[in-house]
Design a protein around this ligand. Structure first.
Ligand code: WT7
Length: 635
């Protein structure tokens, strides 16, 4: 048991050392003791980063849904697996027990089988955050079909590209979705997408908003009547450890999205183990990850990681601002959430609303606060720590990627002392390396470089669907025998890591390497500033200079702006040095963001460089309209 649940720092170091000295022995023990196998593996690990080829638990047979559902029925059958919190707080919450989840997944699996879905087939899931989404995912896994969840906020174009790339025959969707006060016509988006997806033969439609939609004969079927008729039990398909579990698309810096392929056993072991430790989850805790299941965060830490541990996982359909900006805290209070996991962009948006909205609620159940998706700036970190966590719930700033399957660098709460803006120490089994531009590893502490991983961990994506060469080129060709993350990081005097941002965001000004994150941190300290993004633009003397896009908490009068510019630059000067001062500061009503809340720096960079002939596809942005505003007022 001891290795499975780390409880103090000394133990962390001991287990960590063991995990890197002899990874195979270490992971074998975890796999052996905490999961259900139909057959054990012949070999724990074989790998070659040059090919690249990585296999964990080769020869083993299992079904992940037996691990996430069936085995819990004997010990926790009536325990709530999923708490569904609807968009509208007036609508009843649903508590789905492990027993009920089993029944629903089996019925759904039988429906898929009836529709001709077989092991290895790809199924596209374009469903909002309703229980059917989780059930559909697990139903695919039950019968060995490969799910490809597409975030139900993507456009029809983005959807059809993804459906075609992985050749999905069947699409699961809903009539529509709720998003705050709005409804979205999901089925209409699917219909439009399918005009260019000849391979799709069947569409299963969950009813959510009761809108009058068109059902195409012999293609579209309402889900509920089929589920009602289906048998409530379904034998799990016995799968190989290295069979694909799912495909999840992530955008590359160029070209079409990359369909990252995760395989069953390694992903299961890794998400379960990281979940248990990084959140210090205990049997009766209620865990809430606010991400959408359409992203890897939701796959790993709403569905698979929690369920593999028999946990209770909250699934929230709505948005943080509806009916008001107190909604997150209302939900924490209502369900007595113990571990809360969200993104810095949400924290900043909520911080902007002031502390009063937080203080209205009883948040005393909270034990651990998580952050993920982008560097968390100093101001947001402190607000999260002080206002939400009342200085008693440690923040885990978890660094990882779609490609890594699970968390890679993170404090373990109550074990690793936290430090603002630092993801701190590598997770058990993770071997980071910092490299310089010429390909040498930077040893020792107080160094900064490109973040790589030296040795495989069980959760690493095994390939890009249909394009193994691109997998090799993207991740294994920059540095020999290393997985390259695309991020920069520094290691401080005690060995803590701070992620400095994508390496492509590094701006070299007069020969000085400046990360955008620390500059943005400094700017965000100004009381008038809500959010900022820095990009580089060509400069005669300096090579590159800095262009800042800044949103203010209150718009204010433009004659104030020159004063503000001075104050902001003074602040940067104070915090980092005059070298980091901004040459141009544009105040804007918002920053262009992806649906997952990431600032689209590529667009900002192009505008700053006055190269707006090809801004690329902006239709998948959360707020495409701000692009024009920014362009018109560019400096
Ligand atoms: C990129 C991966 C991990 C699931 C959600 C995002 C950035 C992620 C952190 C963090 C600083 C972070 C990195 C990474 N990132 N977490 N805690 N601190 N940066 O998954 O969309 O695949 O994005 O997000 O740049 O490479 P993703």
């Amino acid at each position: 048991m001891s290795n499975y649940h780390i409880k103090h720092l000394e133990e962390y170091y001991q287990v960590y050392r063991k995990s890197v000295r002899n990874p195979e022995v270490f992971w074998e023990e975890i796999a052996e003791e905490h999961f259900l196998w139909r057959k054990k593996w012949d070999k724990v690990l074989s790998w070659d980063f040059a090919k690249p080829e990585i296999k964990w638990f080769e020869g083993a047979k299992l079904n992940i849904t037996e691990n996430c559902i069936d085995r819990h029925i004997y010990t926790r059958g009536d325990k709530t697996a999923i708490i569904f919190e609807p968009n509208n707080p007036e609508e009843a919450t649903q508590h789905i027990s492990y027993r009920e989840l089993h029944d629903r997944v089996c019925r759904f699996a039988n429906v898929l089988k009836d529709q001709g879905v077989k092991k290895g087939d790809r199924v596209c899931i374009y469903v909002p955050m309703i229980p059917e989404l989780t059930v559909a995912i697990l139903a695919c896994a039950r019968i060995g079909a490969i799910h490809s969840v597409v975030f139900a906020g993507f456009s029809s174009k983005a959807l059809s590209t993804r459906i075609n790339d992985s050749d999905c025959k069947l699409v699961i969707t809903a009539d529509g979705s709720y998003r705050g006060a709005k409804t979205i016509d999901l089925k209409g988006i699917v219909d439009e997408a399918l005009e260019s997806c000849p391979g799709v033969k069947t569409v299963l439609v969950a009813k959510r908003i009761n809108s009058a939609i068109e059902m195409k004969p012999n293609r579209d079927y309402w889900l509920q009547p089929l589920l009602d008729d289906a048998y409530h039990d379904c034998d799990p398909e016995i799968m190989d450890a290295e069979d694909p579990l799912f495909i999840l698309y992530t955008s590359g810096s160029t070209g079409k999205p990359k369909g990252m392929v995760h395989t069953i056993a390694g992903y299961m072991v890794y998400t379960a183990y990281t979940f248990k430790n990084a959140f210090q989850y205990r049997e009766h805790d209620v865990f809430w990850c606010t991400a959408d299941i359409g992203w890897i965060t939701g796959h790993s830490y709403i569905v698979y990681g929690p369920l593999a541990n028999g946990a209770t996982s909250v699934m929230f359909e709505g948005v943080p601002s509806y009916p008001d900006f107190g909604r997150f805290w209302d939900i924490v209070q209502k369900h007595k959430v113990n571990q809360f996991y969200t993104a810095p962009t949400a924290i900043r948006a909520l911080a902007k609303q002031g502390a009063e909205l937080v203080e209205k609620y009883d948040l005393s159940s909270l034990k651990v606060l998580g952050s993920v998706g982008e560097p968390i700036n100093e101001e947001a970190w402190h607000w999260y720590n002080d206002v939400v966590g009342k200085n008693k719930s440690p923040i885990i700033d978890t660094w990882w990627q779609t490609e890594t399957g699970g968390m890679m660098i993170t404090p373990i709460p109550f074990v690793t002392p936290t430090k603002p803006t630092f993801a701190t120490l590598p997770f058990i089994g993770v071997q980071p390396a910092l490299m310089d531009e010429t390909g040498n590893e930077l040893k020792g502490n107080q160094v900064e470089g490109r973040l790589c991983i030296k040795f495989p961990w069980p959760g690493i994506a095994r390939t890009i669907w249909g394009n193994h060469q691109r997998y090799k080129d993207t991740y294994f060709s920059t540095f020999e025998n290393m997985y390259f993350t695309g991020d920069g990081a520094l290691r401080d005097e005690v060995g803590y890591y701070r992620i400095t941002g994508r390496v492509d965001d590094v701006i070299i000004v007069s020969g000085h390497n400046l990360g955008t994150a620390p500059i943005e941190d400094a700017i965000n300290e100004h009381p008038a500033v809500a959010e900022s993004a820095i990009v580089g633009f060509p400069h005669e003397v300096k090579g590159s200079a800095l262009y800042g896009y800044i949103t203010l908490k209150e718009v204010g009068e433009s004659r104030m702006h020159d004063n503000l510019r001075k104050e902001i630059n003074q602040l940067i000067s104070d915090r980092i040095g005059p070298i980091a001062k901004l040459d141009k500061i544009q105040f804007t009503s918002a920053l262009p963001k992806t649906r997952s809340g990431k600032i689209m720096r590529r667009i900002l960079r192009k505008i700053a460089e006055r190269d707006t002939s090809n801004l690329g596809d902006i239709s998948t942005l959360l707020n495409p309209e701000v692009v024009q505003e920014i362009q018109e007022r560019a400096l």
